[in-house]
Design a protein around this ligand. Structure first.
Ligand code: KG4
Ligand code: ZN
Length: 348
């Protein structure tokens, strides 16, 4: 089954063609990062206008790269929630029109469900249930138990900032640029372990919830002290020490929470790590160590391009959603935008 998938929930205009939930025939992502860098964040109206300009060329490009035409497509999938209303509307309207014009079933998809299915893309391993999934990106930070396809239980989430958001804010404070995750990871490579000390918020708390906003504040105060100490001229190696300590603190908290979750659910068969922050090599190494100690497998997206926002993951989720509820989707499907709908409210 070949699905044309469309994603416009935030600042990436993306289209992909996915076969049977795993094979990526093409994936195109047009980022708006340069435009939003000027305003220091995403302005929803600006994002929507950019999606309007790019969506048709991006879909054309995905079809061309896959060497297919709309006749070869079996269904159309689109991100319905959560996200920016005006941005989502561009994708859902385009997908609805294409579905009606080409007479293909329309499959609305939850963006987080998309991330949860990103580990299937180009993965040749058999993936099993129950699985524990850590979703960490700029906007999401959840520990999710999946007992079957589209059977989600949120075990824990951040009570304030998501880990990716904390990476971005801490990087900005350290003058390392945007996006902060890759910048901190790069800078941390030359950092000396143990030179700096930051807190591990909520690490001993007996829930599976997390908090990263205090960590960013701790970076702010530490930087102010260091700036005083070095007369406002911070040597690069000091920033590297702080970047490494920040990354280690985030990884320590995420790993400790996943360890606790595994202890509470000893029947877990495997761990998945998804979302933009799953690109982080220190986090991958730490969860690999945890998985090995429990003799279970760790899976993360096969390429960095499937960690950050993309349409391929929407096509993967749509395939499994369609397998589960084939009668729900048709050319008549109404795709209402629900900007704040959570994963557990979402029932395909
Ligand atoms: O999934 P994503 O593209 O967008 C959201 O849905 O939020 O994730 C983007 C986030 C950004 O906060 C970025 O700093 C973070 O993922 N990120 C990383 C790395 N690469 C991207 N964080 C840590 N280490 C990385 N290597
Ligand atoms: Zn995302």
């Amino acid at each position: 089954m070949k699905i044309l998938a469309i994603e416009t929930s935030c600042d990436e205009t993306a289209a992909a063609i996915i076969e049977d939930g795993r094979r990526v025939l093409s994936t195109i992502v047009k980022s708006q990062i340069e435009i939003h860098r000027e305003t220091g964040g995403v302005v929803p109206e600006v994002a929507a206008r950019e999606h309007m300009k790019k969506i048709i060329p991006v879909i054309d490009c995905a079809l061309r790269e896959a060497q297919l035409t709309h006749n070869d497509i079996d269904a159309i999938a689109v991100t319905q929630c959560p996200g920016l209303v005006s941005a989502l509307l561009v994708g859902t309207t385009t997908a609805t029109v294409l579905s009606r014009v080409y007479n293909k079933p329309l499959i609305p998809v939850n963006h987080i469900a998309g991330h949860l299915y990103s580990a299937y893309l180009e993965n040749t391993h058999e993936l099993t249930f129950p699985r524990l999934i850590l979703t960490v990106s700029g906007g999401h930070n959840d520990i999710i138990l999946m007992r079957d396809h589209f059977d989600f239980t949120i075990l824990g989430q951040t009570i304030d900032d998501a880990a990716g958001e904390a990476f971005d804010k801490a990087a900005r404070l350290m003058g390392l640029g945007y996006p902060g995750g890759p910048a901190i990871q790069r800078c941390a490579q030359s950092g000396r372990a143990g030179k700096e000390q930051l807190p591990r918020p909520m690490i001993h708390d007996d829930t599976l919830n997390m908090s990263f906003s205090g960590l960013k504040t701790a970076v702010y105060y530490r930087l102010n002290n260091l700036l005083d100490e070095y007369n406002n001229h911070l040597p690069e190696e000091i920033i590297a020490d702080l970047a490494l300590e920040f990354q280690t603190a985030v990884v320590d908290v995420l790993t400790a929470k996943m360890k606790q979750a595994l202890m509470r659910h000893p029947d877990i068969q495997e761990i998945h790590l998804v979302g933009g922050v799953s690109a982080n090599t220190a986090l991958r190494a730490s969860l690999q160590h945890l998985a090995e100690s429990k003799k279970i497998a760790l899976h993360y997206p096969q390429h960095i391009r499937y960690c950050t926002d993309n349409a391929a993951m929407i096509g993967a989720a749509a395939y499994f959603q369609y397998q589960k509820w084939p009668d729900r989707y048709s050319v008549e499907t109404h795709c209402d935008v629900s900007p704040n709908m959570t994963l557990t409210e979402y029932t395909g």
